[in-house]
Design a protein around this ligand. Structure first.
Ligand SMILES: [Zn+2]
Length: 277
């Protein structure tokens, strides 16, 4: 599941593969960029902001009107970038999912099933990412500002508020479910009723940061298959803490996983199916 840490890792892979290189070819397979050719462009750096990827490029000298450009992409649920050695088989995903190929002398970057692929002047990046709250893995992470943004909507459920990238950028469904379990919070708790919002935000940041630099996401400390989460993806399996069957329900536009015993609803009316004593 591409969450902030996956996007951060992807940005680093692209940076290592392409930064400083002059592109020897490009192949865009999306209508809006079908005629774009980045041959001769230099890759300056690759960065992430929340779940957005920003590949920053310099146009060749002769295109002096705007020199610095950003190739923006978003992975959403299913996108991915891979870096291959020249001549290596592109085996990560089926070829029909390829949206862009960037060729450099020592690496080929292939973007699969990317969303919101756009090339824009770097000075206009804010038009795409300016609405985002503080980036949990960004160099300018600001916990107090994230708490302030969350607290500004006390009636929202904490489950939906943590996913709202305008509050804080980088938490996806996996980390949302796991943070709420570890804090003993029902996903339906109103933000205004969360006892320690700052502690919840700090835990989210620690979980994402702990998974930087590896592709297996774990919140339990275990990297073994089937052991990497407390509640996420574990519907009907026993809670690792109390043995109660983990539940899965819709919450807003997403599903949520939780333990009804470890994460009791603060007010039975808030829960879709309150537990009877
Ligand atoms: Zn439990």
């Amino acid at each position: 599941m591409p969450e902030g840490d996956t996007v951060w890792n992807t940005a680093r892979v692209l940076h290592r593969a392409l930064a400083g290189a002059a592109l020897t070819g490009s192949d865009f397979r999306v209508p809006q960029l079908a005629t774009t050719d980045l041959t001769g462009w230099t890759v300056r750096e690759s960065a992430s902001r929340g779940k957005h990827l920003l590949l920053r490029l310099a146009a060749p000298e002769e295109r002096s009107d705007v020199r610095h450009w950003t190739l923006h992409s978003h992975l959403r649920m299913d996108g991915a970038w891979r870096a291959y050695a020249p001549g290596e088989r592109w085996a990560a995903r089926p070829a029909h999912l390829i949206r862009v190929v960037l060729r450099a002398p020592s690496a080929v970057a292939v973007g699969y099933h990317l969303h919101e692929l756009a090339l824009l002047p770097t000075v206009e990046e804010e038009s795409l990412v300016g609405h985002l709250g503080p980036d949990l893995l960004g160099p300018d992470w600001d916990a107090a500002e994230a708490v302030r943004r969350l607290a500004a909507h006390p009636e929202a459920t904490i489950g939906e508020a943590l996913l709202d990238q305008r509050n804080l950028a980088g938490v996806g469904n996996l980390y949302k479910c796991e943070v709420l379990f570890l804090r003993g919070l029902s996903p339906w708790t109103p933000v205004g009723a969360v006892p320690d919002l700052a502690g919840t935000v700090a835990l989210a940041q620690r979980l994402l940061a702990a998974n930087r630099g590896r592709w297996t996401q774990s919140t339990t400390g275990s990297l073994h298959r089937g052991g990497t989460s407390y509640v996420y993806g574990r519907r009907a399996q026993p809670c690792r803490r109390c043995g109660t069957a983990i539940r899965k329900e819709e919450l807003g536009e997403r599903v949520t996983y939780w333990c009804p015993r470890c994460q009791p609803a603060p007010d039975p009316a808030q829960s879709p199916d309150p537990i009877q004593p």
